[in-house]
Design a protein around this ligand. Structure first.
Ligand code: SF4
Length: 311
């Protein structure tokens, strides 16, 4: 349904959010960070410059078209292949999305721009905010998240604290912590991250690791049992979200090539991810992926013995 759109994609099944309709506000890969684990690959435009990369009318026009044509979802999620808070008219998009769809809005963000008041004000309008925090100090932040040189860790942390304080009672904050072997999977870092998450009073902490092919090939996933061990360092215990298995949206009879290509242009996915998220039949999807690979319409990368596909 959404394959003719440039900014909206899905809905895809999310265990955390239900049927989530994505809005991508930022050109591929424009971000304040260049995380070693990023599943979208290396950041090609690392910046702190906030601007309207596309007009709000263009983005909201697509959403209105989707809605008017009977589009259905449980939530609208601002996410994608870059950092959504780099979009200057973020507030206008959140307000517009709520007005058009009457659905709750989720903001998935690396939270690095929360030190800017205008960004916090916009984010306060979201119903669910999923910020990231992977490092407890500047040195680890630089090594793992490779920030824009003008982005000090102290500003990032102060901004996140100010946001959580102002947002309390307004909506849900699910903090994502990404663990990378040899960088932050040690007792000092995890303990410090646990203390920070408690001081932020977030609703829950979700632990992730590189189960999808990361920007840097030598970044490996942390084994499940170790993730469970680190999860117990958090109070309450963190949730390990790395290998999730969600129910299909609704099983479809056939796989749609255009829709599949559109989905893979926003996110790298395995065959199992596609079957789960889109409800496609497995055998037909596998066959189509092979054909598209042969034609060169998609590419694949292998992580931990599993093949992932992308446009
Ligand atoms: S993981 Fe998120 S914050 Fe990190 S580089 Fe990728 S898009 Fe940016």
């Amino acid at each position: 349904m959404t394959n003719k759109y440039k900014h909206i994609f899905g809905p895809v099944a999310s265990r955390r959010l239900g049927r989530s309709l994505g809005i991508d506000l930022i050109p591929f890969k424009t971000c304040t960070l260049d995380c070693v684990y990023c599943e979208c690959g290396r950041t090609t435009n690392k910046t702190l410059e906030r601007k309207d990369y596309f007009s709000p009318e263009e983005v909201l026009g697509e959403l209105k078209d989707w809605y008017d044509k009977g589009g259905e979802a449980d939530i609208v999620t601002l996410a994608g292949s870059g950092e959504p808070t780099l979009y200057k008219s973020l507030k206008k998009i959140i307000e517009g999305a709520k007005e058009i769809t009457k659905l709750p809005v989720c903001l998935i963000t690396n939270a690095t721009l929360f030190y800017i008041e205008e960004v916090r004000e916009a984010a306060l309008l979201a119903d669910v905010v999923m910020p990231s925090l992977d490092a407890a100090d500047e040195k680890t932040f630089k090594k793992l998240n490779r920030p824009d040189p003008d982005l000090p860790f102290a500003d990032y942390l102060d901004g996140l604290k100010a946001f959580c304080e102002a947002y309390r009672g307004k909506g849900r904050v699910d903090l994502e912590v990404f663990l990378v072997p040899g960088i932050n999977d040690n007792e000092d870092q995890v303990t410090a991250l646990s203390l920070l998450s408690r001081s932020l009073k977030v609703n829950c902490v979700q632990l992730n690791t590189a189960v999808r092919p990361p920007a840097e090939k030598d970044v490996l996933p942390i084994p499940r049992e170790d993730m469970e061990k680190w999860a117990r360092y958090f109070i309450p215990k963190a949730e390990v979200i790395a290998s999730y298995h969600s129910a299909p949206l609704k099983e479809k009879k056939e796989v749609n090539e255009e829709e599949l290509l559109e989905t893979l242009s926003h996110r790298i996915m395995s065959l199992e991810d596609l079957v789960e998220a889109k409800g496609y039949p497995k055998t037909e999807t596998e066959a189509l992926l092979k054909t598209l690979l042969q034609k060169g319409s998609i590419h694949s990368r292998t992580q931990d013995g599993k093949e992932f596909f992308y446009v």
